[in-house]
Design a protein around this ligand. Structure first.
Ligand SMILES: Cc1cc2nc3c(=O)[nH]c(=O)nc-3n(C[C@H](O)[C@H](O)[C@H](O)COP(=O)(O)O)c2cc1C
Length: 346
């Protein structure tokens, strides 16, 4: 049984990519992920003029009473390393894991020509695919880049088109969920010539307040800034985004958000994703879960007599309907109290 996927002409042994973030931020981490068995790696977003040192602390976690992770906040910027350092990282990765599929993530400033320059740089360094980071909700939006672009459909069109016209590598526009209708934004990327989209980037958030110390989280000398939410509890938002993009466009999709096991990945694929990306789970648990995830996914396909992941791609999307369609299916209703009782009993 093979988990191989074809993502816009690029073959991956399995659909699991380490997404852009701290676990894809150095050559050693990328090598470690690929050697552990991840299908691909999206490198930490690289930039040129916008590269700067980030603040500390930059992470905060919210856990359930039983201590399980619910969500994670970060106010991490793109890479702190310049392009010369990335040049060395890429050479090292290519030397240690030749032919491994690498997806380059890039972000320029609001100056559109910078995006084209970065895309050329990526292409010259052998990028198999280029992901445009239009989704980071902190740091850059106040300077009219990052999620600011996702939030302005015409900019998604313009920035995507600029890059598409500049390089031959297939382009993936990575979108923010902080928009009214993500499918409409995806359509703009499609019209501009993107072959694919990734969804979702993190959700703009404020993690909370330590009320005894009257301190915002994460605290930077007593101050904070709105950050990006990720981790298990964002999966429902990601599934909603991916399924609506699948319904409304012909784009290839990389599904992201809250994946913490192989079953979550199947959910994304059934909603229309071709590949999936994982960040928070790799930040907290490392890379070795991938062996169990791929073998369990293979078992699942065998048990259900599927021959490849293509057989389940988008399988459930036709059953997502407007409310009025569901109304007509119902003849008997629980009372609200009966339904709440069932929810409480789980
Ligand atoms: C600490 C951290 C840093 C991140 N940095 C980037 C980044 O540089 N570029 C990017 O496109 N997304 C970045 N992301 C967003 C992730 O790629 C991903 O879209 C998001 O975290 C949701 O996936 P998850 O729930 O598996 O973490 C970052 C996420 C985290 C948690």
């Amino acid at each position: 049984m093979s988990l191989e996927i074809d993502f816009e002409g690029v073959k991956f042994e399995n659909p699991f990519w380490v997404g852009s973030g701290p676990t894809s931020g150095t050559a050693d981490k990328i090598i470690q992920a690929l050697k552990a068995g991840w299908g691909g790696v999206v490198i930490k977003t690289v930039g040129d003029t916008i590269v700067r040192k980030g603040v500390r602390p930059m992470y905060s976690a919210m856990r359930s009473q039983s201590k399980e992770l619910m969500v994670f906040e970060n106010i991490e910027l793109i890479t702190e390393d310049n392009l010369d350092t990335w040049d060395k990282y890429i050479k090292k990765v290519n030397a240690e894991v030749p032919h491994a599929p690498i997806i380059f993530s890039i972000m320029g400033s609001s100056d559109i020509s910078e995006w084209a320059k970065l895309a050329h740089w990526a292409e010259d360094h052998g990028a198999d695919l280029i992901e445009l980071n239009f989704g980071c909700p902190h740091g850059e939006p106040e300077k009219r880049s990052g999620a600011y672009i996702s939030q302005h459909p015409d900019l998604v069109y313009e920035y995507t088109k600029e890059v598409v016209n500049s390089v031959g590598v297939p382009i993936i526009s990575k979108l923010s969920p902080n928009v009214t209708d993500i499918a409409d934004i995806a359509k703009k990327a499609e019209k501009a010539g993107a072959k694919a989209v990734s969804a979702i980037n993190t959700i703009s958030c404020m993690m909370g307040i330590d009320i005894e110390r009257e301190m915002l989280l994460p605290p930077v000398h007593g101050f904070t800034t709105y950050g990006g939410l990720s981790g298990p509890a964002v999966k429902p938002i990601g599934l909603r985004a991916v399924s609506s993009i699948y319904k409304n466009t012909d784009l290839t999709i990389s599904g992201i958000g809250g994946i913490e096991n192989w079953k979550n990945a199947i959910e994304y694929i059934m909603c229309g994703a071709t590949s999936v990306q994982v960040v928070t789970d790799t930040v907290l648990n490392g890379f070795n879960q991938i062996k169990e995830w791929t073998s369990s996914m293979e078992d699942y396909l065998k048990r259900h007599n599927y021959s490849s992941l293509e057989d389940i791609k988008g399988k459930v999307v036709q059953n997502i309907k407007e409310y009025s369609y569901l109304e007509n299916l119902i003849s008997q209703r629980d009372t609200i109290d009966e339904e709440i009782k069932k929810i409480r009993e789980v």
